[in-house]
Design a protein around this ligand. Sequence first.
Ligand SMILES: Cc1cc2nc3c(=O)[nH]c(=O)nc-3n(C[C@H](O)[C@H](O)[C@H](O)COP(=O)(O)OP(=O)(O)OC[C@H]3O[C@@H](n4cnc5c(N)ncnc54)[C@H](O)[C@@H]3O)c2cc1C
Length: 366
Amino acid sequence: MNTIIAKRKCCGCGACASICPKQAITMQEDKEGFLYPVIDETLCIDCQKCVKTCPQLKQEELFYPDPKFYVAHNNDEATIKRSASGGAFSALSNYVLKQQGVIYGVVLDEALNIRHSRATTALERDKMCSSKYVQSRIGDTYKLAKHDLAAGRTVLFTGTPCQIAGLKAFLGKDYPKLYLCDLICHSVPSPLIWQEYLQALGEENGQKVTYVNFRDKTKGWQRASTLKGFAYAGADGKLKEDNRFYKLFFRAQVISRLSCVTCKYARVQRVSDITIADYWGVEKYLPDWVDYYGVSFIMTSTEKGQKLLEACQQDIKFLERPPQEEITENHRLRGPMGIPEEARQKFWQEYYDKGFKYVLDKYTKD
Ligand SMILES: Cc1cc2nc3c(=O)[nH]c(=O)nc-3n(C[C@H](O)[C@H](O)[C@H](O)COP(=O)(O)OP(=O)(O)OC[C@H]3O[C@@H](n4cnc5c(N)ncnc54)[C@H](O)[C@@H]3O)c2cc1C
């Protein structure tokens, strides 16, 4: 067997590599820096487990119908400040920590690469807080989560909807102590462009970037894509702002993974027990809920998700809302971002031919 799925459809979750009984599949970077499965034909026994597990080849059975919609915010202001939205993730994960459970989520490593990680303490969990707008590497976290579940631990696994769909397909069954939590996802940018950008920032500032915050809230919680508050610092610790990565990601829309163009998870029906996001438009619908540092949107799609939310009442205030508010405001509930494919191709060609600095200048002017 030489392919699992057409490249343009592969979301890079790595469920295929995790399930392969012969370790014949490795996830390898392509020219855009995204991971894709590569099969070692000498090890492959053609068992088709990879094909049967691929969430992108599955249909409707992945989705739960009829979620409930909530506005929410954490009771602790410091928690909201360090979170992308209203601190829903911290509340949910606090509950799991109290059960001596395990949390899987996304961290920045020492080289500021973005990857999934395992946490059993609040300190480790805190590193998962806030959005990192780059596709994370799942690594061996699906296998670790399965191991934790087999050992009877409570597990909260968080990620983009396609990563959650990959985990579900990999596990192949439900576990009573497993909580799945996805984000509403705009799309995921290239890890290669992210590293190029860090390099460029470092060169411009004469010092390597050692700290980043994708959602710095010094100027509050901002909806406008290029005002989301990207802050960084080098060895001197001086915090600076720059919005050019967001111009590439949100405005030019040229650095996201190809499979995001046809994302099937950008819809109201979800693959997780619980979904977390930003409650955009809160000022219109619920002026009393406006918080300078952010407000969360939560969807519960299963009884388990509902019970988890209710178990967090000590940490988070929430109120059920009519679905139409966020279906109107949160675009990724209505379909994938309209990535102009030709523009995307042009960008990558210019990057290969003329280098990162050229495309950074060209696509982020004004
Ligand atoms: C790539 C991306 C696109 C998003 N697009 C939208 C959108 O279109 N609309 C919207 O309302 N919200 C979007 N969000 C979600 C939003 O930014 C917040 O992450 C979410 O509201 C949770 O915030 P919080 O305050 O509850 O907790 P936080 O502390 O901010 O939650 C952090 C959570 O996000 C997870 N996470 C962080 N980075 C990544 C990543 N790269 N990949 C997978 N999981 C990650 C962590 O594991 C943790 O579970 C997006 C997030 C990401 C990472």
